[in-house]
Design a protein around this ligand. Structure first.
Ligand code: GAR
Length: 217
């Protein structure tokens, strides 16, 4: 039984999707803890109500990134997880922290990487005029919002989209691809080959949510 630790900063809807999929699909894994960097992270309540241990490492209590990351790593390592899952964890992590979890830390980012790293990705996509946008699940490396891509989802950008409507369309796909990627990891099906991630046995490492509103699926 593999152990997962999920890190959140806020709402935690991706964490919730992973917790639900882990239980309903009977993964050979359990979510051992959910850790937030903010005491008011809404997702903590969901985790606690599902019997998952929760903890807060409040970044505002630390003078710098190094000391925060060291305290966070101490909490995580006490659980000895097989995989660390960043689910809307909005902190830039130090190289030392990232290296410590190399090959065993995943993140979801709301864009088709390598396009639009950083914040306000949906507005960036609208401003760039792209016709497709999406989300990426990737192994975490020390370069922010980069790293070997496990799975991506693509959605169309519709006329009249706002950052909010686009975010909602992308988020719905995050809730599908992130649990899928974590399941592949716990099933031991992912292998890293440089910047490529292979899945064995293979299946599509992408999701195309191609229907437009009003046209049906
Ligand atoms: C998600 O859209 C996730 O992709 C994004 O934050 C949101 C968290 O929502 N993450 C990033 O922007 C990381 N660079 P959630 O708390 O409901 O899962």
């Amino acid at each position: 039984m593999k152990k997962l630790v999920i890190l959140i900063s806020g709402r935690g809807s991706n964490m919730e999707a992973i917790v639900r999929a882990c239980a309903s699909e009977g993964w050979p894994a359990r979510v051992a803890a959910v850790i937030a960097n903010r005491p008011d992270a809404a997702g903590l309540a969901f985790a606690a109500s599902h019997g998952i241990a929760t903890a807060v490492v409040d970044h505002r209590q630390f003078p710098d990134r190094d000391s925060f990351d060291a305290a966070l790593a101490e909490q995580i390592d006490a659980i000895a997880p097989d995989l660390v899952v960043l689910a809307g964890f909005m902190r830039v992590l130090t190289e030392r922290f990232v290296d410590h979890y190399a090959g065993r830390m995943l993140n979801v980012h709301p864009s088709l990487l390598p396009s639009f790293p950083g914040l306000k990705t949906h507005q960036q996509a609208l401003d760039a005029g792209v016709r497709f946008h999406g989300a990426s699940v990737h192994f975490v490396t020390s370069k922010l919002d980069h790293g070997p891509i496990v799975v991506q989802s693509a959605v169309p950008v519709e006329a009249g989209d706002t950052a909010q409507t686009l975010a909602a369309r992308v988020l719905a796909t995050e809730h599908i691809i992130y649990p899928r990627a974590v399941r592949w990891f716990v099933e031991g099906r992912l292998a890293l080959d440089g910047s490529r991630v292979t899945l064995t046995p293979s299946e599509p490492q992408w999701l195309f949510a191609g229907h437009t509103a009003g046209e049906g699926a």
